[in-house]
Ligand binder design. Structure first.
Ligand code: HEC
Length: 128
């Protein structure tokens, strides 16, 4: 019954595994989903990154495209509770419109999940 008791050790390992799983579920997504607004704007307006402005109006951009909806107007319709929907549009718009012409930035790994979080954070700054 010392500190090397196998049953005791197994119990400790189970506790550790539980603690690690708990951290992965709670802490990591919470911190990564915060998103960096400045990075998000850069991704949205940079041709080699998101290039959202090829199709969408965004402020402070010279001659943005108008194939897609104006994203300042679109964001007025979303509340903070809709964050997942906004992220899903960017990850893969086919969930909402199977025939969409918007590229599936997440599914096709054009953008990382972190870059998508940054975009969502930036888009929410457009809400008036
Ligand atoms: C090739 C054109 C194209 C590109 C590039 C594009 N989109 Fe879109 N997007 C669209 C179209 C078109 C729609 C309207 C819905 C549809 O037709 O599927 C849309 C819809 C959306 C919506 C939903 C708007 C609403 O009215 O609710 C969001 C949010 C969005 N796009 C964000 C982005 C972001 C962020 C990027 C850059 C990472 C991006 N889009 C790049 C074409 C594009």
């Amino acid at each position: 019954m010392g500190i090397f008791d196998p049953i005791d050790l197994k119990g400790k390992l189970t506790l550790w595994a539980g603690a690690v799983a708990f951290l992965m579920i709670t802490v990591i997504p919470a911190s990564s989903s915060a998103g960096n607004v400045e990075q998000g704007e850069k991704i949205a307006t940079t041709r080699k990154l998101g290039n959202c402005v090829a199709c969408h109006y965004l402020p402070n951009v010279e001659s943005p495209g108008d194939i897609g909806p104006n994203l300042v107007e679109a964001m007025q319709e979303y509340t903070m509770a809709d964050r997942d929907d906004v992220a899903q549009w960017i990850r893969d718009a086919r969930e909402f419109n199977p025939g969409t012409i918007m590229p599936p930035f997440g599914t096709n790994k054009i953008l990382t999940p972190e870059q998508i979080d940054d975009l969502v954070a930036y888009l929410y700054t457009l809400k008036k």
